[in-house]
Design a binder for this molecule. Structure first.
Ligand code: AMP
Length: 198
């Protein structure tokens, strides 16, 4: 059955990481999104997990939109096999466009860039700039310390306990896809975000 979401952004590493489970998860997410009829919005590169998600979505007949800043075109080896590729003038406009195009966000294992993208999208939700679902896919516990950082901020009085509800985390790809289907079938939040306010 097609998912009610038409476009979902995936944030993940521009490297493969050291555990085979990370590549397996990236491949399964790409395939799962394609099979659910969901367009993949991602960082436009052909490297690491991000390239793997895009390749898997394309191999399963999915639609892929990449968004890459011009200065990363060569470093992240721009993917020339995707249906739509937008080259932006900066990192900020890349993230803004990915945000505007996506109805929900999936976070897979990654490094500093992935952390940045995750915290930014969570922060924007905290600021009520949007109300789009954010799902962290906690493959082999890679996100435990990231979530612990948020818990510590709450415990130390730097964040409201409600910050924990700004995102969800699931243990694996099947759980992520199942949750996405439920969220897609739920009534759309009214606040889908206005990129002009970011
Ligand atoms: P990484 O998780 O560090 O491999 O990066 C994953 C993605 O995030 C890549 O597409 C990077 O281009 C992107 N990225 C890296 N650094 C930043 C940053 N400071 N702000 C936003 N995105 C970033």
């Amino acid at each position: 059955m097609p998912n009610a979401f038409s476009s979902v952004a995936v944030f993940c590493g521009s490297r493969f990481g050291s555990r085979p489970a990370y590549l397996d998860a990236a491949t399964a997410i790409g395939r799962g999104l394609a099979e659910a009829g969901i367009r993949l919005i991602y960082g436009g590169g052909n490297v690491g997990l991000m390239g793997a998600v895009a390749d898997a979505a394309l191999a399963a007949g999915g639609t892929v939109s990449g968004v890459i800043p011009h200065f990363l075109q060569s470093r992240e080896v721009m993917h020339d096999g995707v249906q739509e590729l937008t080259v932006t003038d900066s990192m900020h406009s890349r993230k803004q466009l990915m945000f505007a195009e996506a109805e929900a966000f999936l976070v897979l294992p990654g490094g500093l860039g992935t952390f940045d993208e995750t915290f930014e999208i969570v922060t924007w939700r905290q600021l009520r700039l949007h109300d789009k679902p954010i799902l962290i896919v906690d493959i082999e516990g890679w996100a435990a310390t990231l979530i612990a950082t948020i818990d510590r901020a709450i415990a130390d009085g730097f964040a409201d306990p409600s910050a924990r509800a700004l995102f969800e985390h699931v243990a694996d790809v099947p759980a992520a896809l199942a949750r996405l289907e439920i969220l897609g079938a739920s009534p759309r939040p009214t606040r889908q975000g206005d990129p002009a306010r970011l």
